[in-house]
Design a protein around this ligand. Structure first.
Ligand SMILES: *Cc1c(COP(=O)(O)O)cnc(C)c1O
Length: 362
C-alpha cells in the first residue's frame, strides 16, 4: 500500500548535474550512509557505480559490510569507524577515516597483527565543526610518524559546518584557512601527496573554488541542496505514496485518533492511511501540521499520528477508498514536507522505515 518510488533517471540527472559543476579531474565520492539517506543503499550504489562514482562512503562499518555482501567491490570509505569494528573493516577491505590518535594507534596495531601493509586510509581533520577529527597538531604528530605506520594515505579531508550559509561567512572562511594550512604541510611531507577534499553537496554549489581533488556528495544525489535556487537544479528521486484504506463519516463533535487529537467542527469525512510514526512520519505531524495530496487536493493530517496509521481530512475532496495519496514527490517535495514539521529532508528521508516497500524505477 505504502511505497517509496525511486527514480534512477533522476539519480542520473543529479549525478550528471553535480559532476557538470566540477572540473573534469575532480573525483566524486557518493555518500550512501544511513542506507543512502533512507532510500536503499544497495540499488542506488550499484547505479552510482555505473555512473562512474570513484568512491562510496558510509558512516559505520556495518553499512559497508552490507554493500560488500551485495557484491559491491569499489573502494568504500567509513567516515565513523568504531574501535570494536576494526577487524571487520580490514576483513572487508573498507577504508577507514582515521579521526583520532587513539584510533590511528589501534588500527595500526590491528594491521601489524594481521601482517598487512600499505592499507588504504583517509585522514579526517577537525577544522571547527568539533565533531570528529584530528587537530592540526595531531596531524603534525601523524606526519612525523607516518613511515612507521602500515598505511597508504589516500586522502586528507575536513568537513564544513555551514557550507550552505550565504557568503562571505567568517566561520567557513576560518575552516577553509585551517584546512589549507594542513594541506600545505601534508604536501610538503609526501613526494606523492594524497588527495584533499572539503566539500559536501552545498559546498559544491557555494564554494566550487575549493573542490580540490574530490567532493563528497550525499543529499544532492537524492535531489536536495539546502537552498531553493540549488534545489531547482536537482530532481528529488524519491516519491512517497500510499492509499486511503478506509473512510469514516464523522459527526460534528466526534473526535479522531488517540487522546481525541482532533474534534470535528462539522460533519466530516476522515480517511485512514497505512503509515505512521513507526514508518518515519513523526508525531510532529498532525494537529494541523502537514498534509497529503489526494486527487490533486491537499488533505490535512488530523489528530495524532499513530504508530502504523494516520488520518486525513477528506471533507473537501472527492475520493474513494484505495485512491492514491501522495506524501511527497517532485512537485511537493520531501524538503517542503519536512519543513512543515520543523525538520529537514535529511531527517525525514533517513527515518523512513524498512517496512515501507522500495520500488526502483529504471
Ligand atoms: C554526510 C557527509 C557528507 C555528505 O553531506 P551532504 O550534505 O549530504 O552532501 C559529506 N562528508 C561527510 C564527512 C559526511 O558525514
Amino acid at each position: 500500500m505504502t511505497q517509496l518510488h525511486l527514480d534512477l533517471k533522476k539519480l542520473t540527472h543529479n549525478f550528471t548535474t553535480l559532476k557538470g559543476r566540477l572540473k573534469a579531474t575532480t573525483k566524486i565520492m557518493a555518500v550512501v550512509k544511513a542506507d543512502a539517506y533512507g532510500l536503499g543503499a544497495i540499488a542506488l550504489s550499484k547505479h552510482l557505480i555505473s555512473l562512474g562514482t570513484d568512491w562510496l562512503a558510509v558512516a559505520y562499518a556495518q553499512e559497508g559490510i552490507t554493500l560488500r555482501k551485495a557484491g559491491i567491490d569499489c573502494p568504500i570509505v567509513v567516515f565513523y569507524p568504531q574501535f570494536e569494528r576494526i577487524d571487520s573493516i580490514i576483513n572487508n577491505n573498507l577504508e577507514p577515516a582515521l579521526f583520532s590518535t587513539a584510533f590511528i594507534e589501534a588500527f595500526a596495531t590491528a594491521l601489524k597483527q594481521k601482517k598487512r601493509m600499505n592499507y588504504p586510509v583517509h585522514l579526517k581533520c577537525n577544522t571547527g565543526l568539533n565533531r570528529i577529527g584530528l587537530s592540526a597538531s595531531e596531524v603534525d604528530d601523524f606526519l612525523t610518524k607516518k613511515n612507521d605506520y602500515p598505511f597508504r594515505l589516500k586522502s586528507v579531508y575536513s568537513h564544513l559546518g555551514a557550507s550552505e550559509d550565504p557568503r562571505p561567512n567568517t566561520f567557513t572562511q576560518k575552516q577553509i584557512t585551517s584546512f589549507l594550512a594542513i594541506k600545505k604541510k601534508v604536501e610538503k611531507t609526501f613526494t606523492n601527496p594524497p588527495l584533499f577534499h572539503l566539500l559536501n553537496t552545498s559546498g559544491v554549489f557555494n564554494y566550487p573554488e575549493f573542490q580540490m581533488d574530490l567532493v563528497r556528495i550525499g543529499i544532492g544525489l537524492y535531489g536536495f541542496a539546502n537552498r531553493a535556487e540549488w534545489d531547482q537544479l536537482l530532481q528529488p528521486i524519491a516519491n512517497l505514496s500510499s492509499r486511503v484504506v478506509q473512510i469514516h463519516l464523522v459527526q460534528k463533535g466526534e473526535s479522531v485518533g488517540y487522546n481525541q487529537g482532533w474534534i470535528a467542527q462539522k460533519e466530516s469525512r476522515i480517511g485512514v492511511l497505512p503509515l505512521g510514526h513507526a514508518d518515519g512520519i513523526s508525531r510532529q505531524f498532525g494537529k494541523g501540521v502537514g498534509g497529503v495530496w489526494i486527487n490533486g487536493k491537499r488533505a490535512p493530517i488530523v489528530g495524532n499520528v499513530c504508530m502504523d496509521m494516520l488520518m486525513v481530512d477528506l471533507t473537501e475532496i472527492d475520493c474513494e477508498p484505495l485512491d492514491p495519496a501522495m506524501l511527497f514527490d517532485h512537485l511537493h517535495t520531501a524538503h517542503e514536507f519536512a519543513e512543515q514539521a520543523g525538520t529537514i529532508s535529511y531527517e525525514l528521508l533517513t527515518s523512513l522505515s524498512p517496512r515501507i516497500q522500495r520500488v526502483i524505477n529504471n
